[in-house]
Design a protein around this ligand. Structure first.
Ligand code: APR
Length: 313
């Protein structure tokens, strides 16, 4: 049986880290493509030279030519510019719009059946861009942010409670910006509500740190943004699709009609709980929110709408 084919567009920090993680799982053969062809080729070769030691048989190839990406089952878009200190994700809007638009045109041409996972920031606006430019069904174009934000929330809770990360199930919805919406009501420590472990003050601290989790890393790195946890988050989404896990996780998806009305975000891509499996977005889970959470959700949706309205789509 042939292995599946995954293309990663952008062989930068996130793209290359993801290629190594995927190769080690032998899930698929991987094509790394970058505007800087040498970087894609060099990193692919470097990963393959690790294969005898780490013991994986998957193939990773680097290229600058979209013909080599043809017939991919999944395409991950990490191409673009990362944040520098002092920049918000939204400052990247127009530069990364051009990148995601041109990449999406190539995906449409060479991999018309692919699932597309968008990672480039500002995430929700770039997911919307990929959806519109490819014209793919909304079930197949998914933005990666909620898994990462929820992982950060879970890690900070683990740190505060001293309980294993394996026991923490945390949930964050909304846009992937500073006004994202962490949901303590839907966050548990081994099934026990998180409020049994943390005071309101401790919880507020953890929520605040989660909202600015990406910025904290940018401040420390100075020359780029986070990549290990983002790559791990993409891996989780790719495996959910390829192995038909039907996993509930938070991701940025297009909201329309009935669901859109419920969330008050019709016509946008925003982070909500979805069921992810072999058909892509197989369901969207409706949550009950408190008044305060609704307020936060609306603020977050408004920020996403403001950005999307600036795009020439
Ligand atoms: N086509 C293909 N590759 C491109 C293009 C393009 N049009 N434009 C830029 N790239 C490549 C760059 O050459 C670089 O190798 O995208 C890569 C981006 O890598 P990094 O700068 O290391 O950025 P990374 O940390 O991987 O983040 C990528 O994800 O989290 C978001 O905000 C982040 O938008 C950024 C993206």
């Amino acid at each position: 049986m042939d292995r599946k084919k995954i293309t990663i567009v952008g062989a930068g920090n996130i793209g290359a880290t993801l290629a190594l993680l995927l190769a080690r799982r032998e899930t698929a053969d991987i094509t790394l493509i970058d505007i800087n062809e040498g970087v894609a080729k060099g990193k692919a070769l470097d990963i393959m030279e690790a294969s005898p030691i780490l013991g994986f048989n998957a193939h990773v190839v680097g290229t600058g030519n979209y013909e080599d990406t043809a017939g991919s089952d999944v395409v991950v878009i990490t191409a673009g510019f990362p944040r520098k200190p002092g920049m918000s994700r939204d400052d990247l809007l127009f530069k990364n719009y051009e990148v995601v638009k041109s990449v999406s045109e190539q995906i449409k041409k060479y991999s018309p059946e692919a699932f597309v996972i968008v990672v480039t920031n500002p995430l929700d606006a770039m997911t919307y861009t990929a959806l519109k430019v490819t014209g793919f069904p909304k079930e197949r174009v998914i933005g990666m942010a909620g898994v990462l934000d929820s992982a950060r929330f879970a890690y900070f809770i683990s740190e505060k409670t001293g309980i294993s990360v394996e026991n923490i199930k945390a949930f964050v919805i909304g846009g992937h910006g500073d006004d994202m919406v962490p949901l303590p009501e839907y966050t548990t420590v081994s099934g026990i509500p998180v409020r049994k472990f943390l005071s309101e003050e401790e919880l507020s601290e953890v929520i605040e740190r989660t909202r600015f989790g990406g910025g904290e890393i940018v401040q420390l790195l100075k020359t780029g943004s986070a990549f290990y946890a983002p790559a791990a988050s993409i891996l989780e989404m790719v495996l959910a699709i390829l192995w038909n896990k039907r996993k509930i996780l938070s991701a940025s998806v297009y909201l329309d009609g009935e669901i859109g009305k419920y969330y008050g975000a019709t016509g946008l891509c925003v982070g909500v709980p979805i069921v992810l499996g072999k058909e892509g977005v197989e369901d969207i889970i409706k949550l009950e929110l408190t008044d305060e959470e609704w307020k936060a959700w609306r603020r977050s949706v408004d920020s996403v709408r403001n950005l999307v309205e600036k795009l020439p789509l």
